[in-house]
Design a protein around this ligand. Sequence first.
Ligand SMILES: Cc1ncc(COP(=O)(O)O)c(C=O)c1O
Length: 395
Amino acid sequence: MKETNASFGSRALFPHLKPVAYLNHSAISPPSLPVQSAVHAVLADYAERGVDAFVSWMAQRDRLRADLSELINARPEDIGFVPNTTQGIINMAMCMPWRPGDRIVLFDGEFPTNITPWQRAAKEFDLELVFLSLAGFDDTGNGLARLKAELQRGVRLVAVSAVQFQTGQRLPLDDMGQLCREYGALFSVDAIQACGVVPVDVQASQIDFLACGSHKWLMGLEGCGFIYIRPERVRTLIPRLAGWLSHEDGLGFLFDGSGHLRYDRPIRKRADFVEVGAYNVTGFAALEASLSLIQQLGVSNIHAHVNAYLDVLEAGLIDRGFVSARADRRANQSGILSVLPPDGVALSSLVESLSVQHVSCSMPDGRLRFAPHWPNDVAEVPQVLAAIDAFIRSR
Ligand SMILES: Cc1ncc(COP(=O)(O)O)c(C=O)c1O
């Protein structure tokens, strides 16, 4: 489905959205009208035809695979569908051909999605986890030098989120990927806070594994995500988490008559081996519809639009004594503005008051987080600031 009427700063495709400023796209995006109609179309088709609808929607999956590969500069065959980012990372962590004593570099402050699977793998396969600080991964700091020093000690894999969920810190993926390549480490990226708002390029950043869900910046629904696996890496993985649909020609026995029900078919040496059983057909349809709007507008343009909005909001917040964690340079900015409140302002009361005043934002890990997307208009900002002023006056 190709929709043609997305435009920057327009909520025409979100007529039911109540908050006057919806700034929670880093949490869950509301479904646009095209997303809703894509889902209804799947349901209507299944309601009418039952199992016959299954085959028609297989083609939709191929289109979506192609769209996602374009989004991250990969090939369609290097994309696999998973229920969420976490499951994508679990697949990588559990299917790696680990050697006892392998070292994995992780970062303090990461969302647990990018920690728990590696912890489980460390326990199962006798690996060592090394935690680095996220400080200094900007133009001036020594983050890259610290990573390099760790890589020189011998590292099997580095796992990082492209954008940190609570601060909005955007990591220098190209530089990190280059260092990993130089020192023979694999590079794994959780991209859920980036894809759809920050350009992601698995070739430029030399990424080996990437996982992403669709309900944040891709503006799809929960329960639908994808992974990218570099083709030379997928060949080395051990498919410990395979299922009936992971086999080559795994569906044939249902359609091609007798004699095809075999249990010895090889597991696909492609990223889609992670597609283990029945598909999330509605989630795929939703994602195709939302992604089509994003691709129409262009991720770089969305990044510019969102950051023009955040420039104004950030200035207003700084004037009011908030402390911003946002990078100064456009190239280092994400879609998130995260601030700490002035002394004496209780964050939970502030967020609650903003919600009552129809400003939707969140407070992960004790920071006030604003995350606009393409439908937000900078004209909303005075209302957001007025809502903050109203709360401060009322205390
Ligand atoms: C960086 C990051 N990774 C992962 C997740 C969770 O992803 P999922 O629920 O798709 O597994 C979040 C959710 O906030 C996140 O911010």
